[in-house]
Design a protein around this ligand. Sequence first.
Ligand SMILES: [Mg+2]
Length: 142
Amino acid sequence: MLFKHLQEYFICITMKLTARQILQKFLHTNYCADGGAMQTKNVTLPKLNNLSPTLESTALKLMEETGELAQAIGKLRGMNGESSRLDERQAVQVIARELLDVAQTAVSMMFVLEEQYGVDIDSVHSEHIEKLKKKRYIVEDE
Ligand SMILES: [Mg+2]
């Protein structure tokens, strides 16, 4: 593991990446236009090209998948009256899978908004980040 990081570090030096780019590569830290740093999780999810989603179908699917996520968490916490047959490690894997279903459905809805309603998701994304900062859910490094 250490060797892999050292190897990547030397690749960064060879590529003449800046300290900021190296930090971004290792810590998944992104920089905002104003220079502030925030840790991010980048997940790329596909457009489902064998379906014909609508705003309504994706909204309903989002609720369905959110319900499945809640159910998976309920099972982990023993909130459904059943004694869970899964150990914690297995249960959190199920939770993670359901969370990805939620994320996939959200991404599908983004495609619907862009393609069928002309919404500029990148612009809404920027507004979203600003909102998080304004609410102080993200604070700048000082
Ligand atoms: Mg699901």
